[in-house]
Design a protein around this ligand. Structure first.
Ligand code: SF4
Ligand code: SF4
Length: 407
């Protein structure tokens, strides 16, 4: 495997299939299919249920082309899986429908599934920067090959979402919000992204640079028809190249450096072998998100002054349901649960609220539905707010802050 190969192909006259096939041939991606009957997982970006023309999600024609390319190698099974960006159940299915991806899967006769509907397990993060374990789909370890199909978009928090950030979609539903809550500091959150990527690490990345978003992405940005497909293996190099193309300094995209720190790739693009279009010929400067810095100063302020001081929630165990099966304390990522002093009916696990990171894993994993969370008014509102709505509120507040010249 030539892991330093990066192919850049222009999409001419909307012929996405040719661009995808040519880019993959240039990097010799067929060599990934070392046997027939392989199980392949495709991970697109289906952040929210949006029409493909809004460029919020991976374009269905790129996914279709990738499926058709994979089919040439006689796989046993291809499945497209994703978990959308909020903690609302059913939203991922809606995203599959509205983003046109379900239709593509059905046309091609392959499976699609929200990650949250698959069996879940805890994965240990190797050499963790901030996250020791994550709960994610068993598919990540059951398949032979993971193909990442991110989209190029600006991102109000991280500046860019592409190869590395896309794998955050393997974190199930509300756990994403909880990681945000755990790491409101931008540096730590970006370190968490690198940790997640190291668990879900794809073998191949095909970047959708067909319709992109600039400005206030990843949802409310302006659409840019960039007409590019970029394929390669090294996520750090690929995201650095994307920054180069859209006129961003890769050093400002913190998860690129964090992923490099974890040994996931190299940001030294002089070491890459470029194939296809010359890098210089495809450059197109993107507008940055307008309030990026203010949003996070404000977010940190709110977190430090308000959220950290308010008890978010209390865990309650239902005595009548708990069978002391040990699943919750054995799987608690923060070791916030321990067995009761007397291991017999009528007692429940002990909970250390100071260690608890509010990840809800105990409730998700309890086979007897004996774990309940009691939220206070503040956290109920906070947890129900869609993150993109939250971002918009922060934009508004930070605009106001700027207007009033508050430092
Ligand atoms: S997983 Fe559920 S049933 Fe098992 S010990 Fe924990 S609360 Fe009790
Ligand atoms: S007690 Fe439950 S919610 Fe808290 S960290 Fe442990 S598993 Fe997560």
């Amino acid at each position: 495997m030539n892991s330093n190969k990066i192919a850049i192909k222009k999409i001419l006259k909307d012929d996405v299939k040719s661009a995808v096939f040519e880019a993959l041939k240039l990097i010799n991606a067929q060599s990934l299919f070392i046997k027939s009957n392989m199980n392949v997982l495709i991970k697109p970006n289906l952040l929210s249920p949006k029409n493909p023309e809004r460029a919020v999600t991976t374009h269905p024609s790129v996914i279709k082309a990738v499926i058709q390319w994979i089919k040439q190698f006689n796989p046993k099974k291809i499945v497209v899986a994703e978990s959308s960006g909020t903690n609302i159940r059913g939203l991922t299915e809606k995203a599959f429908n509205e983003c046109g991806v379900r239709a593509v899967c059905e046309e091609e006769g392959i499976d699609w599934i929200p990650f949250e509907k698959t069996k879940l397990k805890f994965y240990k993060v190797k050499r963790p920067l901030v996250l020791k374990k994550i709960i994610a789909s068993i598919l990540l370890e059951e398949v032979d090959l993971i193909v990442n199909i991110p989209k190029i978009k600006t991102h109000s928090q991280c500046l860019l979402t592409c190869s590395i950030k896309n794998m955050f979609g393997t974190v199930i539903l509300g756990n994403k919000s909880r990681i945000h809550l755990m790491f409101p500091n931008n540096g730590l959150f970006n370190a968490a992204l690198a940790d997640v990527y190291s668990v879900s690490q794809p073998q191949l990345t095909i970047i959708d640079g067909y319709y992109c978003q600039e400005g206030d992405g990843p949802t409310a940005g302006d659409v840019v028809k960039l007409d590019l497909v970029i394929a390669g293996y090294d996520p750090v190099a690929l995201d650095t190249v994307v920054c180069n193309i859209i006129g961003f300094d890769a050093k400002e995209v913190l998860h690129i450096a964090k992923a490099e720190q974890k040994g996931l790739g190299s940001s030294d693009i002089t070491k890459q072998k470029f194939l296809g279009e010359p890098l210089l010929s495809v450059k197109r400067n993107f507008k940055k998100p307008k309030n990026q810095i203010y949003v996070f100063k404000l977010f940190n302020f709110i977190y430090e002054q308000v959220i950290k001081r308010v008890p978010i929630q209390v865990i309650e165990f239902d005595l009548s349901k708990c069978k002391l099966c040990a699943i919750c304390w054995k799987n608690c990522p923060a070791q916030a649960l321990s067995p009761p002093k007397k291991l017999k009916r009528g007692h429940v696990p002990e909970w250390d609220k100071r260690s608890c990171i509010n990840c809800y894993c105990c409730a998700e994993l309890c086979p007897h539905e004996a774990v309940d969370f009691k939220r206070n008014f503040f956290s109920s509102i906070f947890m129900k707010i869609n993150l993109s709505v939250l971002e918009k509120i922060f934009h508004l507040l930070s605009g106001l802050k700027k207007l009033l010249k508050i430092k």
